[in-house]
Design a binder for this molecule. Structure first.
Ligand SMILES: [Fe+2]
Ligand SMILES: [Fe+2]
Length: 594
């Protein structure tokens, strides 16, 4: 070993030891120490040092960033370490780093990238037969699916994690079981399957190892909170009461407002049912005003306060709080989206190629698909609307270039729904006036997101997002534009959107036949009573669909219209996750058969 190599070796070994010490003790200068150490470790050439040792040192830094908020830096060093581990063929490290990279992407809201890493990690875990490691990745993938709104997928992934980690007692397996049970509880809760949610949350609690740190105690507070909320949903007040008590006990070991908020929120929800209305009222009101600017806490507080007001039958106050809650939610989501776009813009500023523009477009497309997932779990609605709009544009003489642009721009028509609160998107019944007003805001919100872009394609997309719910007779929204004041591209996209929504199942309606859908379009384009579309353009659309059905058959129409969804990173990632799951089930079946 040369002298230079020896000194590099020493740097790596010292960094590893110091990182381990700091991970166990935690001090206030940790963030800057880990940041500068990570930077230094990324400068070291793999020729000067044992790669395994270097990757190990980097992974200790990654572990720190996983629990701090420095996701960008965490991801940078994860990518670096993953590159080294891949070229050196270190499979076990690759598995772990893929899991870490997935978690960083998941936490930044980039679920497609997260799933790509998770799928890669799972295939490596299988190759090396690391069952608990695989379980841990499935649990994280379940969490990503949950955050995207793919609740059924989340349930399948979580169950896979639980099955894989079922009989092991090591730390990774237990961690995977706890995490998967939590996701399961949350997904079942959202879907209204409260009994299953209850079993899952109780499993999570039963599996939890003794708390070793403040962070562990906080996790427990949160799970007790969830337990109490679900127990109240199934009217089991005594279980809720003991969960609230346990949350308070755990909260004593925590620092910071997080534990106080969670434990007080479930206490108030229990108190109001025990008749202690004044206590519950004072606590929730006090906390809500104190933590109004904390975006990670405020939504749990809103839910608790709303529950207290509803239980106390203070309807007007509850309605006004609900309005405030939705407004805050929209603001929070919008800030998040704009922030994500800014990061892409910063990256693009250094790399003025088509590639960076492509990245922005793909990100927007992903957001648009996620916004509509509650209506369309396949993510193909956006693509069908795009292609139909492009084909109609050609037919009305807009020219090939315009039609091609419209095919892409129209996919983003509902991107604003990314800011619409979940309970509205998922509501199966009729909307109240307030809910309807919030729903309608998706067009202006979409416009706001897209109009921050300057390229012509996005200018087009912004116009479509804003005006795709206008009606020819002026009865639409948001601007009540009439006739040809509605941009033609928005009229085209609206026809495609309405037809596709009619001919497919939605949470509020079954799928209509193609004929019935076309008949409805004809009905609302004739000017008897209401008129949504101009007659001539609607007739062109009806002819277009008839010709397409003739060419591709009723059953082949969807496949043809969504052909370009094969380019969708979202669809591909989801398909990869699905086939990985199936392959796994197949392998399990084969094993059972042997
Ligand atoms: Fe819409
Ligand atoms: Fe749509």
């Amino acid at each position: 070993m040369t002298q230079a190599q020896e000194s590099v070796h020493l740097v790596v070994a010292t960094a590893t030891m110091e990182a381990k010490r700091r991970l166990n003790t935690r001090s206030t200068d940790d963030p800057s120490w880990f940041a500068s150490t990570a930077g230094r470790l990324m400068q070291i050439s793999d020729k000067d040092v044992d790669v395994g040792a270097l990757v190990d040192a980097q992974m200790h830094c990654v572990r720190f960033f996983l629990t701090s908020r420095e996701r960008q830096l965490g991801l940078a060093i994860t990518d670096h370490a993953l590159g080294l581990a891949t070229s050196a063929g270190l499979l076990s490290e690759q598995r772990l780093l893929c899991n870490f990279a997935g978690v960083f992407h998941k936490e930044s809201g980039k679920h497609v990238a997260a799933i790509e890493y998770f799928v890669r990690g799972i295939s490596i875990a299988r190759r090396i037969g690391h069952r608990q490691g695989e379980a841990s990745i499935w649990a994280n993938m379940a969490s990503s699916a949950n955050m995207m709104g793919l609740y059924e997928d989340a349930i399948k992934f979580a169950r896979r994690a639980l099955a894989l980690a079922a009989s092991d007692v090591d730390e990774i397996a237990i961690g995977a079981r706890v995490a998967a049970s939590q996701v399961l509880a949350r997904a079942c809760q959202v879907l209204g399957r409260f009994d299953e949610a209850m079993v899952a949350v109780q499993n999570a609690l039963a599996q939890m190892p003794p708390a070793k740190s403040n962070f562990d105690h906080l996790m427990r507070v949160r799970i007790h909170h969830t337990h109490a909320v679900i127990a109240l949903k199934v009217n089991n007040l005594s279980v809720a009461q003991s969960a609230a008590k346990l949350a308070e006990e755990e909260a004593q070991y925590c620092v910071g407002p997080d534990a106080v908020v969670h434990s007080s929120a479930c206490r108030a929800m229990v108190d109001v049912r025990l008749g202690k209305i004044q206590d519950a009222d004072a606590v929730t009101e006090g906390l809500l005003s104190r933590y109004a600017s904390e975006s990670t806490l405020i939504f749990d507080l809103f839910v608790a306060r709303l529950d207290v007001l509803e239980q106390a039958k203070r309807t007007e106050e509850a309605d006004s709080l609900r309005r405030r809650f939705r407004g805050e939610w929209q603001k929070h989501k919008m800030k998040n989206v704009i922030g994500q776009l800014r990061i892409l813009d910063d990256a693009a500023a250094h790399d003025l190629t088509d590639g960076s523009m492509q990245a922005v477009r793909e990100r927007l497309e992903e957001l648009a698909i996620i916004g509509e997932l509650h209506d369309d779990q396949t993510g193909e609605h956006a693509f069908r609307v795009g292609r139909l709009a492009g084909l109609l544009a050609l037919r009305v003489g807009l020219g090939q270039e315009h039609a091609d642009a419209l095919d892409i721009a129209a996919r983003l028509h509902d991107i604003g729904k990314i800011t619409t609160p979940l309970e509205i998107l998922m509501k199966p019944g009729r909307f109240t006036d307030d809910e309807w007003a919030v729903m309608q805001e998706h067009s202006a919100q979409g416009h706001k997101i897209l109009s921050s872009r300057k390229d012509p394609l996005m200018v087009m997309a912004a116009q479509i997002a804003l005006h795709h719910h206008e009606r020819w007779d002026g009865g639409g929204y948001p601007s009540a534009l009439k006739g040809n004041d509605i941009p033609q591209i928005a009229q085209i996209a609206a026809l495609a959107d309405v037809f596709d929504a009619l001919s497919h199942q939605r949470c509020y309606k079954p799928a209509w036949s193609i004929n019935a859908s076309l008949a409805e379009i004809e009905r609302v384009s004739r000017g008897y009573g209401r008129q949504d579309f101009e007659t001539k353009i609607a007739d062109e659309f009806i002819c277009l669909v008839r010709e397409l059905v003739e060419e591709h058959g009723e059953d082949g129409l969807d496949a043809y219209l969504s052909e370009r969804a094969s380019e969708s990173a979202f669809r591909n990632a989801r398909a990869a996750a699905g086939s990985t799951l199936e392959a796994n089930q197949l392998a399990a079946a084969v094993l059972r058969a042997v």
